[in-house]
Design a protein. Structure first.
Ligand code: DQA
Length: 245
């Protein structure tokens, strides 16, 4: 699972006490909880970090190499003058999205400049806490490479979406298959104990009929063939379990 780091710089620990006109009324914990929930929705792990100190932020950026896949960074006032943080972002080669709760382009002049902007993948500002969630979405959709090594912004593969859905279904099917096989193992032992036959044709016919009826009619025959194969594997497994008994 990929990990996104939510990094907040100086004075963001004081959210809830800062000017609500720019920063809203929620606390840092509210903000971090919203990011954690977004992470669940996006299927990524979320780590949160806040510090008032430039050196701690730089150290955290360095230590993110190899462990963090994408960063949402609100560097607070350091945004406007910390070349040291800029250099750290540049060297770690992790996609970083710069966020600001307020619209830094429509406030005092000294906030108009971001010295980190050029080394960040994108800047999101003026959207409040929502901006962090938007940044997380952008990281997942555009900047964090997936496990198959494909560029996430490359949507030229017309099969990508369908294949991803099928991969998910395969995962679920294998879990169900394993659960089913565990029952088969137990059934095999019980049958051996009571001297019952491995194959019960009437029971198999009943299963196949139910399967045929429970899917859309165009898949009925294929579903029966699929289940027949599972029944065959179950029989094989029962023999295997009871071999030598
Ligand atoms: C801020 C904007 C900065 O100018 C300011 O120093 C902050 C917060 C924001 O989230 O809007 O501390 O980064």
């Amino acid at each position: 699972m990929k990990t996104i780091l939510i990094m907040n710089g100086p004075n963001l620990s004081m959210l809830g006490k800062r000017d609500p006109k720019h920063y809203g009324s929620g606390t840092l914990a509210d903000l971090e909880n919203a990011c954690i929930n977004k992470g669940i929705e996006l299927g990524v792990k979320v780590q949160c970090f806040q510090s008032e100190s430039e050196s701690a932020i730089i150290r955290k950026l360095h230590n993110s190499m190899g462990v963090i896949d994408g960063i949402v960074l609100n560097a607070g006032a350091y945004t406007h003058y910390s070349i040291a943080i800029r250099d750290a972002i540049e060297l770690i080669k992790i996609p970083v999205i710069e966020v600001h709760l307020s619209d830094i382009h429509n406030r005092e002049d000294f906030r108009n400049t971001s010295v980190i902007e050029a080394v960040c993948a994108e800047q999101v500002c003026g959207m409040g806490v929502k901006g962090y969630l938007v940044a997380m979405e952008k990281l997942v959709e555009k900047y964090i490479p997936s496990d198959d090594g494909k560029d996430p912004s490359d949507d030229t593969d017309p099969l990508a979406e369908e294949r991803a859905a099928i991969n998910e279904i395969n995962k679920e099917m294998i879990v169900l298959f394993e659960r089913r096989m565990k029952h088969v193992d137990r059934i095999a032992s019980i049958k051996a104990k009571y001297g019952m036959p491995t194959q019960v044709p009437s029971r198999e016919a009943e299963i196949l009929e139910k399967v045929g009826q429970s899917v859309d009619s165009q898949y009925s025959e294929a579903a029966k063939a699929f289940m027949q194969e599972i029944l065959r594997l179950s029989r094989e497994r029962q023999h295997e379990v009871n071999k030598g008994k």
